[in-house]
Structures are given as C-alpha cells and as structure tokens.
Ligand binder design. Structure first.
Ligand SMILES: Nc1ncnc2c1ncn2[C@@H]1O[C@H](COP(=O)(O)OP(=O)(O)OP(=O)(O)O)[C@@H](O)[C@H]1O
Ligand SMILES: [Mg+2]
Length: 249
C-alpha cells in the first residue's frame, strides 16, 4: 500500500471544465514543496530533469537522499486556492509501490523511504561528486559479472511480482561495484493479475523480452551474448505461477 492516500479525485471535473490550468513549478517552488512535504530537510540540487519527473539530491537530517518529483502541478485558474491534482500522485504512488516490492524481494534497487503526493524519497546512489553513472555511460571491467547480476535481478523482481517495463542501460546505475535498477514508473505488477491474467502476463512477457533485447544491444560492445529465449521463458514461468499462459498454448 502507498504510505499516503492519493489526492481527492473530485478536482477532475474542474480540469475538464478548464478552470484549472497546468503549471510547471520553478526550482524554488519545487524545493519548497519537497521541504514542506517533510521528505527532506535540505535540498542540495537537481540531478536530473526527465520527461515527467525531476530528481533531486537532498538530505534528511544530514544524510543524503534522492527525491523524485513528478512535475505538472495543476493550479486553480479562476479563484480559490491552488490545488495539486492527482494524476502525478498516481504515477508516483505506482512507482513507489513497484520499487518497494522489488526492494522487499531483494532486487538491487535504491531502498524506498517515503512517498508524499507526487514525490518520493529513496536511497541516494552516488557520492559527493554526483550520482552514480548509468550503465550506458561506463566502461565495464567485468561485463559478464554485470550481466549475470542484471539477469539475477530481473528474476528476483519477477519472483517479487514486478516486471521493470523500461529496462535498458539508461535505467541501470553502477554504484559500489554493483548494478542497481531505477525508474519503475512503467513497471507492471504481476503478483495480482486481475480479471484478465493472460493480458497482463503477455504484456509482462513482452516487457521482459524488450528489456533484454535493449541490453543485448548494449552488451554487444563487449562481445557478450545474452541467451534470450531460455531466460525469458524461465522468467515468464516464474511470473505465471497459475499456468495461465501454458494453458493457452
Ligand atoms: N536513487 C538515485 N540515486 C542517485 N541518482 C538517481 C537516483 N534515482 C535517479 N537518479 C538520477 O536521476 C536520473 C533519472 O532518474 P529516472 O530514470 O528514475 O527518471 P526519468 O528517466 O527522468 O523518469 P521519466 O523519464 O520516466 O519521467 C538517473 O539517470 C540518475 O542520474
Ligand atoms: Mg529513466
């Protein structure tokens, strides 16, 4: 469960009616939002500006922490006090929950700390010089070990009920001689399959295959091959504990 309920969805009609407009927060307001949420006691600087979210290096009582804040607040256009709408809170809640499940399952991910509305905090991977580099940006000394850590992590996440749907050398950080998965915004939850389990499982299987294909391209520079299909088959078998896909074939 997310540790804070998402915001009141009743503001949706006002968005639809055009009485609320989107507004990006400037840096000072974003810092203020993080501080007043209580996720951090000081904000050092922004370390990433993505499509939908910014990531900040902050501290909580002196200890470094990373805060991911989804952008696009909406504020009331005509009259009334500002309202932060809930869409970004839903995405942040989903990402936080997926991160938490992966972490509980023992996968190498930054430990989640807390979520408030559209923001959450987690362990900071990096040092005083800056955040840990992405897999894409490093020259690996031991690519075979890195690859087997990645494959083990993907399996650990599958067992924990999480499929990272955006797996690539851009969403893996290299820190302390190990690999770490980040960016679970699009992750698929597979421990509860809902009313159409084969739909979710098929999507999950495709996500695993696509992620592995992206990594296969990356690892080609080291001349390391991924034996894709047996691995995907094994992960899908782990996901499909009820034998839903087996039953269909
Ligand atoms: N826990 C962390 N510790 C250190 N740096 C981090 C951490 N999480 C994210 N970052 C930094 O922020 C960058 C972007 O993070 P992430 O991939 O989660 O967001 P994003 O790609 O901007 O998200 P999206 O594009 O899906 O909105 C990472 O490449 C990394 O540099
Ligand atoms: Mg990313």
């Amino acid at each position: 469960m997310p540790n804070t309920p998402v915001l009141d969805r009743s503001v949706q009609w006002r968005i639809n009616a055009g009485t609320i407009e989107s507004q990006e927060l400037d840096y000072g307001s974003a810092v203020q939002a993080i501080l007043s949420s209580g996720l951090a006691t000081a904000v050092e600087r922004k370390i990433s500006a993505g499509k939908e979210a910014d990531v900040y290096l902050a501290t909580y009582n002196g200890s470094p922490i990373a805060v991911k804040a989804y952008r696009l607040f909406r504020t009331v256009h005509r009259g009334g006090r500002p309202i932060k709408t809930d869409t970004m809170s839903w995405i942040a809640a989903h990402e936080y929950e997926m991160l938490r499940m992966a972490w509980k399952g023992g996968a190498p991910v930054p430990a989640p700390a807390r979520r408030i509305e559209n923001m959450f905090s987690m362990r900071y991977l990096g040092d005083d010089d800056g955040p840990a580099p992405r897999l894409h940006d490093v020259r690996l000394e031991d690519p075979d070990t890195a690859l087997s850590e990645i494959l083990r992590g993907v399996e650990a996440m599958a067992v924990a009920g999480v499929v990272h749907a955006d797996l690539s050398a851009f969403n893996i950080l290299v820190h302390g001689g190990a690999i770490w998965f980040i960016d679970f915004s699009g992750a698929v939850r597979v421990d509860r399959l809902g009313t159409a389990p084969w739909v979710r499982l098929t999507r999950a299987a495709e996500s695993v295959r696509n992620g592995l294909m992206a990594l296969q391209v990356y690892f080609r520079r080291y001349g390391v091959r991924i034996d894709l299909e047996p691995f995907v088959g094994r992960v899908v078998a782990r996901l499909d504990t009820g034998g839903v896909l087996r039953g269909l074939s």
